[in-house]
Ligand binder design. Structure first.
Ligand SMILES: [Zn+2]
Length: 259
């Protein structure tokens, strides 16, 4: 954690969201790890929990009982694609109802699965449309801008006032072949997304740390040719509002991280 906090300082980031991964042996084990990270974060690191609905209804019920005891929970991330379920899977209804009761955003993994084992058909933005419409007061975040289905993600954000998207995972390590071109392409994708939506207030900076460096991810947004207030909204203002994070007077940024 000290390494992450130092990297956050270097990148000018106030707050980070620590996303639990679906591989945790149990929700309880994941939450215990998250509590330790949260303590080490001195109020700057916030827990985003997860649950795998394919483990059954009792797993979902047990997760919700555990979440009830977690103070300051920032959100719930779902991993369709890595696991074989759609966001509109009926087994997730209690999760969405819980998110509604507690005002928690739902982050939805989108697009490519790093392991090559998952099925990306579960991780398309269009599959979020149904639940975004059914649960109008639950806010959904399309992670990774839906990459590679970025136009589909932009349409979802445009259509649904309760749908957001984040910029995490658009880049890889700078040693990746064609990295400079990758950065330019990601900026073009962001411009196209903003044009489709017509406003910047539901696009969130994200990093996918440690797969992406925080500074590289910040730079992707910071160098966009946009009004300063729009860049500031994407780099932190929107996330601060969505996740209820306090802001510093200057350079306030929030950093969704992990895959
Ligand atoms: Zn993800």
């Amino acid at each position: 954690m000290p390494g992450l906090l130092a990297e956050m300082d270097r990148a000018g980031i106030d707050h980070g969201l620590l996303l639990q991964l679906f591989e945790a042996p149990s929700v309880r084990a994941g939450l215990e790890e998250a509590a330790a990270q949260r303590r080490a974060g001195h109020g700057r690191l916030h827990t985003v929990t997860t649950v795998d609905p394919t483990r059954g209804k009792e797993e979902v019920r047990a997760a919700i009982r555990l979440w009830d005891a977690v103070p300051g929970l920032a959100g719930i991330k779902l991993y369709p694609g890595y696991k074989p379920f759609y966001p509109h899977d009926p087994r997730l209804a209690p999760v969405y109802e819980y998110a509604h009761r507690r005002g928690l955003p739902i982050l939805v993994h989108q697009g490519d699965t790093l392991d090559g084992i998952g099925l990306v058909k579960y991780a398309r933005p269009i599959e979020v449309d149904e639940v975004a419409g059914r649960y109008r007061d639950v806010r959904f975040v399309l992670c990774h801008l839906g990459n590679p289905w970025v136009h589909e993600a932009a349409e979802l954000v445009y259509k649904n006032e309760n749908v957001y998207a984040d910029t995490s995972g658009l880049l890889a390590h700078p040693s990746t072949p064609y990295f400079d071109r990758m950065v330019r392409q990601a900026r073009e994708v962001l411009y196209a997304t903003l044009v489709t939506i017509g406003r910047p207030d539901r696009i969130l900076y994200g990093s996918d740390w440690p797969l992406e460096g925080l500074e590289v991810a910040v730079e992707l947004v910071d160098r966009l040719d946009l009004p300063e207030e729009d860049r500031a909204a994407i780099l932190g203002g929107n996330a601060a509002r969505l996740f209820g994070l306090s802001r510093r007077p200057r350079r306030s940024r929030a950093a969704p991280s992990a895959k």
